[in-house]
Design a protein around this ligand. Structure first.
Ligand SMILES: [Mg+2]
Length: 219
């Protein structure tokens, strides 16, 4: 059976939009000037790569909010997941079509289990995939080969001929290439940054990436 592994944040779900929605709510709640606050938040967030603990601490310090930071961190994770937009109609349609054609589909994502599973539900992805592997739950993060192997095993699939789609060059693409998967990089306006290794396909959007798999046929 053909296997497709998908990154979650900023691949299947629009995490940037979720963060923007959360930031708008935060600014309103604390009566802050939106454009300036949003620019600061987006810069501190660094596309989700700043540790969440660190981000919460710097928001607390900058705006004089959240005296209980452990509680604020849990609340922030929950609220951000709740702000995730639904997946696009084309993503939904293509995932359904791929599964009807015999593909097994798993999400492979770095993060905390409650937050990532909540994002999956809020985005409407839960009924569309065979498995969701979250790094916190299994103790390995992308690009560790173990997480890709775990996802393939969860789908009862071989890695040979399988595909991984994601937006992060190192975690998604190099990690998946390391275990022999074909790769689709969602470039979103960027240029491939790593010399010597290239993704199998480069696409502008996740929709384009998923649709391109329809032409790949069974391995
Ligand atoms: Mg991502």
């Amino acid at each position: 059976m053909p296997l497709l592994l998908c990154d979650l944040d900023d691949t299947l779900v629009d995490r940037e939009e979720a963060f923007r929605r959360w930031g708008e709510h935060f600014a309103r709640q604390h009566r802050l000037h939106l454009p300036a606050v949003m620019a600061w938040l987006v810069e501190r967030d660094a596309h989700g790569y700043t540790s969440r603990r660190e981000l919460v601490a710097s928001i607390a310090e900058r705006f004089g909010v959240w005296p209980d930071q452990a509680r604020a961190l849990a609340q922030f994770r929950h609220d951000l997941a709740m702000a995730v937009p639904e997946i696009s109609r084309e993503v939904r349609r293509t995932l359904i079509f791929l599964r009807r054609s015999g593909w097994k589909i798993a999400i492979v994502t770095n993060g905390t289990e409650p937050q990532q599973m909540l994002k999956l539900r809020v985005a409407g992805l839960e009924p569309l995939v065979d498995a969701c592997v979250v790094s916190e739950a299994i103790g390995y993060s992308k690009p560790n080969p173990a997480i890709f192997r775990f996802a393939a095993a969860a789908c009862e699939c071989q890695m040979t001929g399988g595909w991984m789609i994601g937006d992060n060059p190192e975690a998604d693409i190099l990690g998946a290439a390391e275990v022999g998967l074909n790769t689709i990089w969602v470039k979103r306006g960027r240029t491939w940054p790593v010399r010597g290794v290239r993704p199998t396909l480069e696409v502008a959007s996740v929709e384009e990436g998923l649709v391109s798999l329809l032409d790949q046929g069974f391995p």
